[in-house]
Design a binder for this molecule. Structure first.
Ligand SMILES: *Cc1c(COP(=O)(O)O)cnc(C)c1O
Length: 496
């Protein structure tokens, strides 16, 4: 199977080439030429498999240029009980009748990004070998918090790679900062930038496309790559857990094999919900995909009107990983729906020049058929955390709370009682301030007092990785001006 660029259908790559490249040279994203199918018998058979076996089975349909042994090496290296606190990798909690919370945060950094970033380094190094590129990869990451730590954990001490993470000096939570600046590993480097997330992101993008830096790196046998969700190697692993959760629910008799479920996803860059759409298109019995947003509700408007308009106020919310106005992976969805690179070039050209585009009536009809969408603000998010805690003694993080609220609103508005999987994307320990404010009315100032308080309130074990931070030494204290990022990369790349 080959992968095409959303902006040039004639451009074809193997999956290994697409994973190494990250983004296509025309600015487009790689999508599989066709969507492989999945039968109910195959879903049934998965219930007897371990998570790495399930993952290998699904990957074998997408990464057809990988051998079975290569795929198994990747899935077994990534999904094991050294990295994850459950051998089952994910967990399903029953919330209220017919509502299942799929906990995707049992990995080393307590957010769902581990599900993809634990395996990406193995997919990437295997892809490098397969494509005969005998270079060391330097992963550059700009982060507003979760991605940086998950990428560091994934790439730390992985042979043939090094990783540099830039975060906004005052733009991440104290816990996120501590997670990153204490990172172990010989091949890692973390640096604060005097600026906001956009400064980090723009700085990294400028370095990626700087021919001078690339030439200097190439002379030393190194090449840049990316670990964010534009890379197919990050999206593909996310398809697996929806299929795996369905297989478990069917095996336990919570649903009948073949029964349709809804899937609700707290959404930012549209990667996680797009993975659910792929699972549906493969044949997973899915009714509606429910897209949940916070006050940054550009996707709610888009999915209900067909007009994407990023010209609006940017809100800083208690669910910061969803504070985003440009959802990159929407480009993949629209390409699948239209099959037209010409329309994609037109729309995404307009998005960068005017900040706005409107899709065709045909696409609007498909969006209405496949998706429902809703949003809620911080007050509603906190009220939901408090409500669910009070009724079910279950402690939600802020992102998952947005999804629960939007799902409850959807259910009330439509009367649709189809059983529903809600993607839970972070441990409440990661966003302790807002969670404690919601449940107790206030939160202690110190990060580890928050951890203790949350343990008392929720009864959940403190994740070992967060517990270890208490006494962990800070390794990275540096910060640079935006203009100094390039020079920093050139000197540091030699050291790691
Ligand atoms: C990244 C993130 C999201 C958003 O996921 P997308 O794939 O970008 O839509 C939601 N919740 C948490 C906790 C995240 O870290």
């Amino acid at each position: 199977m080959y992968y095409k660029s959303t902006r040039d259908s004639s451009l074809k790559k193997t999956s290994a080439e697409a994973i190494v490249a990250g983004i296509s040279i025309d600015g487009g994203l790689f999508v599989p030429e066709e969507i492989p199918s999945l039968s109910l018998d195959e879903i049934k058979a998965m219930s007897d498999m371990t998570y790495p076996e399930r993952a290998a089975f699904v990957f074998s349909k997408f990464l057809t240029d990988f051998t079975d042994a290569e795929i198994r090496y990747c899935t077994e290296s990534a999904y094991n009980d050294k990295a994850f606190d459950h051998a089952s990798i994910t967990e399903i909690s029953h919330l209220f009748d017919g509502t299942y919370v799929l906990e995707l945060w049992h990995g080393p950094t307590c957010a769902f990004k581990d599900m993809a970033l634990q395996i990406l380094p193995y997919l990437l190094t295997t892809s490098l070998k397969k494509t005969g590129i005998d270079k060391k990869v330097v992963i550059l990451v700009a982060t507003s918090g979760d991605t940086g730590k998950a990428a560091l954990e994934g790439f730390a001490d992985v042979e043939g790679t090094s990783i540099m993470v830039f975060y906004p000096e005052d733009g991440v939570s104290a816990m996120q900062k501590k997670q990153m600046t204490t990172q172990d590993g010989k091949n890692v480097c973390v640096c604060a930038v005097k600026g906001n997330f956009d400064d980090c992101q723009n700085g990294v993008k400028a370095i990626f496309t700087d021919d001078d830096v690339k030439a200097q790196l190439a002379a030393k046998g190194k090449v840049f790559s990316s670990a964010n969700s534009i890379n197919w190697g990050r999206l593909a692993p996310q398809i697996i857990y929806y299929i795996s959760a369905y297989a478990d629910l069917a095996a336990n008799g919570d649903i009948a094999l073949g029964e349709k479920v809804n899937i609700t996803v707290p959404t930012g860059n549209f990667g996680n919900i797009l993975a659910a759409y792929y699972a549906k298109r493969m044949g997973l019995p899915v009714n509606k995909l429910i897209c949940a947003s916070n006050a940054n509700n550009v996707l709610t408007d888009f999915l209900t009107t067909g007009v994407y308009d990023r010209n609006r106020h940017f809100y800083t919310t208690v669910s910061p990983s969803m504070d985003i106005l440009i959802s990159s992976n929407l480009e993949r969805l629209l390409y699948i729906m239209t099959g037209s690179d010409e329309l994609i070039r037109d729309w995404f050209g307009k998005l960068s020049s005017e900040g706005r585009y409107e899709v065709t009536d045909d696409v609007k009809a498909q969006l209405r058929e496949e998706f429902a969408a809703g949003c809620c603000d911080d007050d509603a998010t906190k009220a939901t955390i408090s409500e669910i805690y009070g009724k079910y003694s279950y402690t939600l993080d802020t992102h998952t709370a947005v999804a629960v609220r939007v799902y409850e609103d959807y259910r009330k508005a439509t009367g649709d009682t189809t059983k529903t999987i809600i993607a839970s994307t972070a441990s409440p320990y990661k966003f302790g301030t807002a969670v404690l404010e919601a449940i107790c009315g206030s939160a202690p100032a110190d990060e580890f007092d928050k951890v203790d308080k949350l343990h008392e309130v929720s009864g959940y074990d403190v994740p070992a990785s967060l517990e270890a931070l208490r006494t962990k030494e800070i390794r990275f204290t540096g910060s640079v001006d935006r203009d100094a990022m390039k020079a920093f990369v050139l000197t540091e790349a030699d050291k790691i």
